[in-house]
Design a protein around this ligand. Structure first.
Ligand code: UD1
Length: 415
């Protein structure tokens, strides 16, 4: 199994941000709603994207992916997606509704648990039932069969789930009548999905707010769309530059998608200059502690929680991070403690007592963002750090070795 070997470095320079994984995935799933050609640009070449492309191929559509551009054409003909593909990535489940809407019936495996805790799909299933699908769960698979949709359906989500919001708004786009999603997630990726679907002829409004209104249309056509920049990748590099005490530009980003991060970095002593599509990060000053509440957008993102914890692990004073999205997303804490961090957990909150320095060690990445955090920890730790389970990082960070080296960071990917 591969790993990353990282040495203490000060990151300086410029880094260019790729297209957003979490926007590309639901957009690719939504491309199943038409048999016309769809062209999607600025798609990052990542394991998760490759998994979604395999699913689209399995559905019968033809897929080409070259230089960040995905071209999809030919008809959707198969609505059964194999367990092997769903097991690799939870976002695969989001093809169930679109496939069942276009073919009348579809079957997708239930996604399993994952390292960041139990991640149920009950909101997805309850929502699909409201949209008029009969659902059967048997042998670890979910079968959705379209029956009849009421003219006006209101789905009120118990929690603003990103995946459920995207899955239900996509599926509703080609079902008759109006669908109103209340307590919808407000993440920028949902707005990007709305723009993509509307470009295909859908009538959706409200993405980015708590209420999304979908006026169903009979069919959707092809579209050309460019995916928004990856705010989590941008945030990861901003934190990495700041944590190592370096300076640099995060380029090709939409800074307004990361206001919660900018606030925390400024409050803790990192200087920032924010431009229209880039941000200058100056982490040369002393870092101070803070309190962070992890919340759905526009709150501080859970996908930057492990990375900011590393930054705070060497800040002066005691910080707290309360995780309110994935209560058990703290598996990286034990690994950071092995590197000399002083962190303990109490009731869904991490208490971080800043230490002078971390020390390099062999550590295991448990999920995508935890692994990115351990790489940042390796960049600030004395000596050498080896981050095992490289595939987590490859699921979500395009060209991470080249990008960190471009910032003068010492990192190797070893097989
Ligand atoms: C998406 C992101 C992921 C991010 C997360 C939260 C993608 C591909 N992934 O994941 O990177 O960490 O949003 O910002 O975009 N829940 C239920 N029942 C459900 C669905 C969700 O109880 O049916 C709970 C989850 O367990 C979790 C919370 O809702 O506690 C939020 O999860 P959700 O927003 O759905 O995350 P994902 O869409 O899976």
């Amino acid at each position: 199994m591969g790993f990353f070997r990282v040495k203490k470095s000060i990151l300086n320079g410029n880094v260019r941000i790729s297209g957003a994984k979490n926007a590309a995935l639901p957009i690719l799933a939504a491309s199943l709603l038409t048999n016309d050609e769809v062209i999607i640009k600025n798609v990052p070449d990542l394991l998760d994207v490759q998994t979604m492309l395999c699913i689209i191929r399995e559905s019968g559509r033809n897929v080409e992916f070259k230089d960040g551009v995905v071209k999809i054409n030919s008809n959707v003909s198969n609505g059964t997606i194999s367990y092997e593909l769903v097991r690799k990535m939870r976002a695969s489940f989001n093809v169930l509704g679109p496939l069942a809407a276009i073919l009348g019936e579809a079957k997708v495996a239930l996604p399993g648990g994952c390292a960041i805790g139990v991640r149920p799909v009950d909101f997805h299933i309850e929502g699909l039932k409201k949209l008029g699908f009969e659902i059967e769960i048997e042998h670890g698979e979910v079968r959705a069969k379209f029956n009849k949709k009421e003219n006006e359906v209101v789905i009120s989500l118990p929690f603003p789930s990103v995946g459920a919001t995207e899955h239900l708004m996509t599926t509703a786009a080609i079902l008759n009548g109006t669908t109103i999603i209340e307590n919808a997630a407000m993440e920028p990726e949902i707005e990007d999905l709305q723009n993509f679907l509307n470009g295909m002829g859908a009538k959706i409004s409200g993405a980015g707010s708590k209420t999304i209104i979908v006026e169903g249309v009979n069919s959707l056509n092809g579209n050309i769309h460019e995916v928004i920049p990856d705010r989590i990748e941008a945030g990861t590099y901003a934190i990495a530059i700041a944590a190592t005490g370096g300076k640099g530009y995060i380029e090709k980003v939409n800074p307004s998608h990361l206001d919660a991060l900018w606030q925390v970095l400024k409050d803790t002593g990192t200087k920032l200059e924010i431009f229209e599509d880039k941000v200058f990060v100056d982490g040369t000053g002393e870092k101070r502690s803070t309190k962070i509440n992890i919340l759905p957008y526009p709150g501080f993102p859970t996908d930057l929680q492990p990375q900011i914890m590393v930054y705070l692990s060497v800040a002066k004073g005691t910080s707290t991070i309360s995780e309110n999205v994935f209560k058990n997303r703290f598996l990286h804490v034990d690994e950071l403690v092995r590197m000399g961090a002083d962190i303990y957990l109490t009731n869904g909150t991490a208490i971080i007592n800043g230490v002078e320095k971390l020390s390099g060690a062999k550590v295991e990445g448990t999920d995508l963002r935890a692994s990115a955090a351990l790489i940042i920890a390796g960049l600030i730790a004395e000596g050498i750090t080896e981050v095992y389970n490289d595939y987590h990082v490859l699921r979500g960070y395009e060209n991470i070795v080249e990008k960190i080296r471009g910032l003068n960071g010492e990192i190797e990917h070893l097989g």
